[in-house]
Design a binder for this molecule. Structure first.
Ligand SMILES: NC(=O)c1ccc[n+]([C@@H]2O[C@H](COP(=O)([O-])OP(=O)(O)OC[C@H]3O[C@@H](n4cnc5c(N)ncnc54)[C@H](OP(=O)(O)O)[C@@H]3O)[C@@H](O)[C@H]2O)c1
Length: 228
């Protein structure tokens, strides 16, 4: 049974612990400031095969830089750290480990990314259409707009949609996550929406990524796995 380390024992970390046995994992380590102030130590990882990180944006670079030299592969679900992507990629390549990241580990959202890109590509030359991007999440979510919405907007631009995109976010209650992309003209409106029912889809996707990354080297996005 491969051994899993859970970095960040919050809502996602607890769910991953609960579902890990279904994916053949034994949880060998849980690390979170809430469980005690001790720093991450190399000895803690001696029996770990793969680590899954769902923490806070500022923890991602130090965590990767601590774990990568130990030769332990990683799955990073934390959002809001992508401006430090170069540092993370460097640590992964320099230490010859494998890492899978995604702002969203739901299979459905990764299909949604593709549908939005295609709509943006088709409407890029249709100047009468304006676009918006909106999301809502539970009040405890720390980053806004979400990493998923940032990626959707970035993907629309990469698909050739160069007009302005009005971006907004709400934080309220317990919403697990809704993302919406819309295009509007005098003739009609197109609304593309993804609604997450719970966090379970994210946790299951991260555990699939953890199974996949064992024995791999390199820097991968979850979509590389979903569509391969
Ligand atoms: N990619 C996806 O599919 C996906 C899905 C859901 C959520 N997320 C992202 O995953 C992250 C966590 O979400 P969540 O809902 O689980 O949040 P959460 O309930 O707030 O849990 C995060 C946990 O990480 C802990 N933490 C902070 N710094 C840490 C460190 N250096 N090392 C280890 N643990 C640390 C936090 O402790 P304190 O409370 O003491 O700070 C907290 O217990 C967020 O960035 C969220 O946007 C991604």
């Amino acid at each position: 049974m491969p051994n899993l380390a859970i970095i960040g024992y919050g809502k996602m970390g607890r769910l991953i612990e609960q579902l890990a046995p279904e994916y053949g994992f034994s949880v060998a380590l849980k690390y979170d400031p809430l469980l005690g102030p001790a720093p991450l130590l190399p000895a803690d990882f001696e029996t770990v095969d793969v680590a899954v990180d769902f923490t806070v944006p500022e923890a991602v670079v130090p965590t990767v830089e601590t774990i990568a030299p130990l030769g332990v592969n990683l799955v990073v679900g934390t959002t809001g750290w992508l401006e430090h992507r170069e540092a993370v990629e460097r640590a992964v390549r320099a230490n010859g480990i494998g890492l899978v990241w995604s702002p969203n580990f739901s299979v459905g959202v990764n299909v949604f990314f593709r549908l939005v890109s295609e709509a943006a590509r088709l409407l890029a030359a249709q100047a009468e259409y304006g676009a918006w991007a909106w999301e809502i999440h539970h009040a405890a979510k720390k980053d806004a707009p979400s990493g998923t919405l940032r990626k959707l907007v970035e993907d629309m631009k990469k698909a050739g949609y160069t007009r302005s995109i009005d971006v907004s976010a709400n934080r309220a209650g317990m919403v697990p996550g809704i993302h919406e992309i819309g295009f509007d003209s005098t003739a009609d409106t197109i609304t593309l929406r993804h609604t997450a029912r719970s966090r379970e889809g994210f946790a299951r996707g991260a555990l699939k990524a953890a199974q996949w990354v064992i024995g791999k080297k390199g820097f991968y996005e979850f979509a590389d796995i979903v569509f391969s």
